[in-house]
Design a protein around this ligand. Structure first.
Ligand code: NAD
Ligand code: MG
Length: 400
């Protein structure tokens, strides 16, 4: 058997849901992967526990005020000083993303906070496993430029985009230039697919996703369908299609992860149980297939698959995302930033569930900026939009 040299992996956002699924897959392949860096924003105990298990070269805590606490936690966990090098702050996240010892970088930070490390990994020519969809939504053109200039390989972890990647890879290998007519993103519909009255929704209800176990922000995004809206924008950048060639269909079982329709009428789909270890293993092993640990599909137990149209009246966030995609990059940054502010306020019980879409809409209405030409300009628009959205939340029109 051919010997495959072990590859170093940096996991940005290691203490999150995608971070945990990634480490689960990596632990199944100790000969193939070694962990180079693990990062977290604030959970020092959890990060120290992962360091004991995976022995990275670096541990990075985003919140610099917690660096001392991380050193203490590592000592308390029995790791002598220096066994794992400790770093902190946003600059250290970027260092972890471009570190020479890592061939693979998993971008699993939530929100626009992941943008600079994702771009750094792309510029450094890494294999970039991108879960952090917000960085594509905010800076698709700049990120793709960085991938090209750095000679990086971008592989989408998001299950829909991973499914499309798989369908397109299959088509290209058998067919040369594939005549793709449209992409069809599937959406579970979230916990409120059948709910009519959206008043009084609590963060707990919004985070109780029927099929997927995920971080709190993306769970709320799934409940508003903003997650699908962000994914339409993500697909537009990753695969180069306009909004008229990206459709969304609600598929409550989350078994078909997305589809591609070709010129001859054929539709290719990728199926699997709803378990993020499958797309993560696809990206880690690509082009080989490696064990993921996911449960297998049992078609006889599944019985039937359902499909329905998304309801844009009950879920206005999806329409807002289409509006932002048509309006251009500054609008996508604004949409994303306002959504982050609104979701955070909802989770802190300062904003109602329906107030999320209202906050985003009035922030988009206020936008006047032209398309950004640099990462600095992206961050400027992002900061402006956060200010407008926070003011709208504090205006207090959508509390109950
Ligand atoms: P999570 O909340 O479970 O984890 C987020 C991670 O990011 C944590 O490790 C946290 O410490 C870190 N983090 C948070 N804020 C940070 C900051 N300001 N600076 C640096 N690090 C920070 O989130 P998740 O569900 O794992 O999602 C991560 C990303 O993957 C999101 O962009 C999400 O949209 C995307 N994604 C997640 C899933 C899923 O199933 N969970 C599926 C597809 C895509
Ligand atoms: Mg997804």
């Amino acid at each position: 058997m051919q010997h495959v040299p072990s590859q170093g992996v940096s996991i940005l956002g290691a203490t999150g849901s995608i971070g945990a699924s990634t480490l689960d897959v990596i632990a199944r392949h100790p000969d193939r992967f070694r962990v180079t860096a693990l990062t977290a924003q604030s959970r020092v105990e959890e990060l120290a526990r992962l360091c004991v298990r995976f022995r990275p070269r670096f541990a990075v805590i985003g919140d610099a005020a917690r660096e001392g606490a991380l050193r203490d936690a590592l000592r308390a966990a029995g790791l002598a000083d220096g066994v794992v090098e400790v770093r902190s702050g946003p600059g250290a996240l970027v260092e972890a993303a471009q570190c020479d010892d890592a061939q693979i970088v998993v971008a699993a930070i939530v929100g626009a906070a992941g943008l600079l490390p994702s771009i750094a990994a792309a510029r450094a020519g890494k294999r970039l496993l991108l879960a952090n969809k917000e960085s594509v939504v905010c800076a698709g053109a700049l990120l793709l430029d960085a991938v090209r200039i750095g000679g990086a390989t971008l592989l989408p972890v998001d299950s829909e985009h991973n499914a499309i990647h798989q369908c397109l890879a299959g088509a290209a290998s058998t067919n040369g230039a594939a005549d793709v007519r449209r992409l069809i993103l599937t959406a579970s519909g979230g916990p409120f697919r059948q709910r009519r009255d959206f008043s009084g929704i609590s963060p707990e209800e919004a985070c109780a996703h029927p099929n997927w176990s995920m971080g709190r922000k993306i769970s709320v995004d799934s409940a508003t369908l903003m997650n699908k809206g962000l994914e339409v924008i993500e697909a537009s950048w990753l695969f180069g299609f306009g909004r008229d060639r990206i459709d969304v269909v609600v598929h409550p079982q989350s078994v078909i992860h997305s589809m591609v329709e070709f010129g001859d009428g054929s539709v290719l789909a990728q199926l699997g149980t709803p378990d993020m270890r499958t797309p993560i293993a696809y990206c880690l092993g690509y082009p080989e297939r490696i064990e993921s640990g996911s449960p297998r599909l049992d078609f006889l137990r599944l019985g039937a698959l359902q499909f329905e149209a998304p309801d844009l009246e009950r879920f206005p966030c999806l329409g807002l995302a289409y509006r932002a995609l048509s309006a251009g990059p500054a609008a996508s940054i604004t949409l994303n930033a306002a959504n982050e502010v609104a979701v955070n306020a909802f989770l802190e019980r300062r904003l109602s569930f329906v107030g999320i879409a209202a906050t985003i809409e009035c922030t988009l209405d206020a936008l006047q900026a032209p398309a950004p030409a640099s990462v600095e300009e992206v961050l400027e628009i992002d900061g402006w939009a956060r200010g407008v959205a926070e003011k709208a939340v504090r205006g207090g029109a959508w509390i109950s």
